[in-house]
Design a protein. Structure first.
Length: 110
């Protein structure tokens, strides 16, 4: 088989299939939207139970978004360093929230 005869044997369907496979990661890369933390840290010394629960629920949702972002980056071959930064932000906020939660629980234990 010579190179000159190879193009004659390639069908349009084959070219389309190769193109689709090669670009299969393109939409996934565009779909990886970095989650932004849009939560305000409650003050455990003054916050109500409802305020603490609302932030806790939002934090759980943010955690799920961060995990989805990481999975998307895995599929698309995206920048895992960015994911580590986002995970660090999540950890920092969760640590601060937990400190406020301890203050809240201490205040309400009496």
């Amino acid at each position: 088989m010579t190179l000159a005869s190879a193009p004659e044997r390639v069908s349009v369907k084959s070219l389309l299939a190769v193109t689709l496979i090669a670009c299969s990661a393109c939409p996934a890369a565009l779909a990886c939207v970095e989650p932004k933390i849009a939560l305000s840290l409650p003050n455990g010394a003054t916050a109500s139970r409802d305020e603490m629960l609302a932030v806790q629920k939002a934090l759980i949702g943010y955690d799920a978004q961060v995990k989805e972002y990481g999975a998307c980056l895995d599929l698309s071959g995206g920048d895992r360093g960015r994911w580590r930064d986002v995970m660090g932000q999540l950890r920092d906020f969760a640590d601060k929230f937990n400190a406020e939660l301890r203050t809240f629980k201490k205040r309400n234990s009496t």
